[in-house]
Design a protein around this ligand. Structure first.
Ligand code: MN
Length: 462
């Protein structure tokens, strides 16, 4: 398995020529983010010389659909079915002793100073400071003992203190329960895991499902965990770095602004505070950062959302063929759905099902099954030639949307759906795609290469 650990995946990227090693000294402020962004969607990047640090920084370990497909040992069309299956049947993890866990090679419990320990970058112009962007944030439900994993932006707010943005989902729910009882909520922040575990952390699941168990299911073998030093949390044993701590009750401090996935800044406001209690890391650790709004970030959010969207649409329209949330729509706001339409009106039902799947989804385009929805030029062609706004457009006013979409009123905004399917009763020639017989099977290489000089009779005489 190429994606067994962060390091095996890095080795695989290097041996397949997909790792850019930057030996020139780079600055923590903006320079790392700028270089990583230049290579976004092309290569992973490994910075060996970060100014004032002896620890390298890594970014972009998966920044295409093909990268994630390879990590999951499938092809790009296999990602959603494989992910869906794992979400439906999580598998147990395996807790190993400290001596078998590389992340315990170094344990720090005193005088913790995060900025002295690790090269934590500043990414965007107006960011409030250095941010951990790729930490798997793990908490435990004290009642069921099930863990929950998510990724939150984490501002360095002090030597051993982080400011966290907790959206009203699972981590927030467990934190509020603890806070109402006057308790802190223990947590662990895990940096540098294999890409399969990273993707699993983003699964859309009901409350109570442990995302690390989804990682085990995706891997086809138990993910190895180890118990933390100062908190009752189990973390991946082969992680590069783990920060242990607790979210303090009744404490809020300023956090933000921070450049977010829609390519705008999330605002500054008073947010939850994490007190760090211990740091553990491998020997020669690597620090991993995700550049916000890059392909790596967008796909990490988008692929699990597509899996969830596919399930939602299928409940209403069983003949749904594929769904796609592309980077132009931030992999969250725009959904393209292809269906095999059997009854008139089904495309509109598919629009409603997609909009009901997630408050983030804002615009939905429904096309017939033969349109390649991963090719946005094809999708635009379907809108251009199979859509009439007076009867094929659905607009809903005043629904809940994303608060990070600046065109909404604090998250309240409009939804829109395009029915770009061909009417079932249309006469066949009207929507018949032009085709050149033999085109699909033609191998152009067989026609190029030899005897391709212009015949002398056709060359202009001076
Ligand atoms: Mn969860």
């Amino acid at each position: 398995m190429k994606a067994k650990t962060f390091r095996t995946w890095m080795e695989h990227l290097q041996s397949s020529g997909r790792l850019a090693v930057i030996g020139k000294p780079v600055r923590l402020d903006y320079e790392i983010a700028a270089i990583a962004k230049k290579l976004d969607g092309k290569k992973a990047v490994y910075f060996t010389e970060v100014e004032n640090y002896g620890i390298p920084v890594v970014s972009g370990i998966c920044s295409t659909r093909e990268d994630f497909a390879e990590a999951l040992e499938t092809d790009t069309y296999g990602i959603i079915p494989k992910f869906t299956e794992a979400v439906a049947s999580p598998a147990p993890c395996n807790v190993v002793p400290d001596v078998e866990a590389p992340v315990k090679e170094n344990v720090i419990t005193k005088n913790i100073d995060l900025m002295k320990l690790f090269p934590i970058p500043v990414h965007h112009e107006k960011d409030s400071g250095n941010y951990i962007t790729a930490g798997l944030f793990i908490v435990r439900d004290p009642v069921t003992r099930k863990q929950n994993v998510s990724i939150h932006r984490l501002q360095i707010s002090g030597k051993d203190k982080l400011g966290a943005l907790l959206l009203p989902r699972h981590t927030f729910h467990l934190y509020k329960q603890a806070e109402e009882a006057g308790r802190a909520l223990e947590c662990a922040i895990v940096i540098g895991v294999d890409p399969v575990t990273l993707l699993a952390s983003q699964a859309s699941t009901p409350f109570g499902v442990d995302e690390l168990e989804i990682a085990s299911a995706l891997r086809g073998e138990p993910l190895e965990l180890v118990r933390c030093e100062t908190v009752d949390i189990d973390v991946p044993a082969y992680a590069e770095i783990v920060l242990e701590g607790k979210i303090l009750p009744h404490v809020r401090e300023p956090e933000g602004p921070f450049g977010e996935f829609p390519k705008y800044y999330g605002p500054r406001s008073d947010k939850e505070v994490v007190q760090i209690t211990a740091v553990t890391h491998r020997n020669d650790p690597m620090f991993y950062t995700i550049v916000p709004a890059g392909y790596e970030h967008l796909l990490l959010g988008g692929l699990p959302r597509e899996a969830s969207l596919f399930q939602s649409v299928r409940q209403t329209v069983p003949t749904v063929k594929a769904v796609h949330m592309g980077p132009g729509g931030t992999c969250r706001y725009h959904a393209v759905v292809s269906i095999k339409k059997r009854n008139e009106g089904e495309a509109k039902n598919a629009i409603f099902a997609a909009l009901a799947n997630s408050f983030d989804i804002k615009h939905v385009v429904v096309v017939d099954e033969e349109v390649d929805i991963f090719n946005m030029e094809e999708v635009e062609w379907a809108i251009a030639t199979r859509f009439q706004a007076d009867k094929d457009l659905v607009v809903v006013q005043g629904a809940q949307g994303s608060k990070l979409d600046p065109s909404t009123a604090e998250g309240v905004g409009a939804k829109m759906g395009f029915d770009c399917t061909v009417p079932l009763n249309s006469e066949p020639m009207r929507y018949l795609r032009i085709q050149i017989p033999g085109y699909d099977d033609l191998k152009i290489e067989e026609y190029l290469g030899q005897n391709n000089a212009l015949k002398s009779v056709h060359i202009e005489k001076k």
